[in-house]
Design a protein around this ligand. Sequence first.
Ligand code: C5P
Length: 212
Amino acid sequence: MSRIIAIDGPAAAGKGTLAKRLAAHFGLPHLDTGLLYRATGRRVLDAGGNPADPATAAAAARALQPDDLARADLRGPEADNAAAQVAAIPAVRAALLDFQRSFGRTQGAVLDGRDIGTIVFPDATAKLFVTASVAARGQRRWRELQARGVAADLEAVTALIRERDAQAAARAAAPLVQAPDALPLDTTDLDADATFARALELLSDRLGTPAR
Ligand code: C5P
């Protein structure tokens, strides 16, 4: 069976960086599933639509093309907000399910998101649930923005993280929950290298040595 590594957790917990490194280590493709929601929201905005409207958002999700995920404008506050809105719509989530499952089916994959271990791949080979304190995640997101030359206020960035946590936990469609068989990894006091090392330790039982 293809190996699937599912990495879930809240915004800015370090999932993306970790997922990329694990993918390279185990020789697997990587999918940042947040990009699917961001690209869907972006498509709706481009067409002048309302990302909270279920029919409009679901049509945009069904029309998504692989190239949409490579767009350079998926990270700003506008796309962020539109992504959170479309992600709460069950028809959008249903439309994106096939894409995620086909991505992993043939070669295996590392996927990071919010519902990979619970809904997309409940039978994943290994599951990690990556968390960090709100303060640590606010700091990280703020540093990322600084590095990209985007002026931002730490308090405002942290408040937005808190708001996204509340939205992801409260939504009826695929709320953010830890799968019962997911291994927890708290990255509050870990940098990217230490997070990667800890993840390898946690995964060693399930995945053994890397495919080379
Ligand atoms: O992880 P990222 O911040 O890019 O996610 C963008 C949006 O998509 C967030 O609002 C998040 O809750 C949502 N999302 C989701 N399910 C996923 C990945 C992301 O609902 N598997």
